[in-house]
Design a protein around this ligand. Sequence first.
Ligand code: GDP
Ligand code: MN
Length: 377
Amino acid sequence: MDLYEHEARELFADHGIAVPEAEVVSLAKEAGPAAERLGGRVVVKAQVKTGGRGKAGGVKFAADAAAAQLTARQILGMDIKGHTVRKVMLARPVDIEAEYYVSFVLDRAAGAFLAIASAEGGMEIEEVAATRPEAVARILVDPAEGVTPAKAAEIAEAAGLPAATAPVIQALYQVLVREDAVLVEVNPLVRTTDGLIIALDGKITLDDNARFRQARWGDTETDPGDDPLEVAAAAKGLNYVKLDGGVGVIGNGAGLVMSTLDVVAGCGAEPANFLDIGGGASAQVMADGLSVILSDPDVKSVFVNVFGGITACDAVAEGIVQALESVQLTKPLVVRLDGNSAARGREILEDRAHPLVQQVTTMDGAARQAAVLANAG
Ligand code: GDP
Ligand code: MN
């Protein structure tokens, strides 16, 4: 789960990293009083789980409380790379002398954490990393040793950061480990004109597998994003991701669904979604999945691709037949059943003889048929 900047800011503060004084509001009229409490002049920052807010106009200075309110009104509701701004953070501005970049990320291949740091932080860090990789230091951290004061000093020195950043680098590593994060990033970490080191912006990705031991996030919903179909699917507990094409895809098992997307694309059509109905494949899950997919106006045909394993194909076929009772099928459905009890499953669908349902026994053949139907529709 990615955290919002204001959530990351709180975790930084908990671990002794200095952050600007700030408040979060979701209504423009709350921004004035909040700015007043912060001393009048503030930075108004869109809270969205994507980078590049500054360049997109999501980070703006306001000279006083009245301006803060207007600016908040402007930024709230703004679309930043497909994310609607629902909250803004108002922060007491700091006077920046230098902007640095510091992050820790889990490097699965190395079985270690990787510290990445640069003395040229700020909004152009991607450009710096792409054109002058030597300006970005990358240092592996052995998780058994962690970041000692000496290691933190080594990271700071390698990146050309002042020695005063070392304690912050060490604290940032504590955020990573203690909060069960797989990524913590501060960009920019700034040195103020008074010589203070402050985390001005933060990004944290938590390890979802560790949520059970992080009571703090126990009841925080992973927000499903802004796509209404994804929101509807999440409400039904479906593992659904909206894509751009015209072939709706339902499969059992994430691996099978991913290869189904590839095969559909290989047949000259684009998949409309990813939907893994998992191992159970009950009638209810099939009905829920079909209803979400059929309500997508881009969908021209639906491909149900099932390989019977522990859940036998006859149970899946029963699920499809029952789903057809509750869902009004409006688009052609191509079904491929294979594996455990495939013959029995195909018979069940044959007997139902729905005019919009057709069966193809191979995955390639079924994908081709679904693609032809989508391209014709
Ligand atoms: P991002 O564009 O999403 O990474 O948003 P940031 O929070 O990193 O802000 C973008 C840029 O705005 C920073 O790199 C700073 O240059 C500038 N900025 C943000 N907050 C302040 C502040 O308090 N004072 C000053 N002088 N600049 C700020
Ligand atoms: Mn930033």
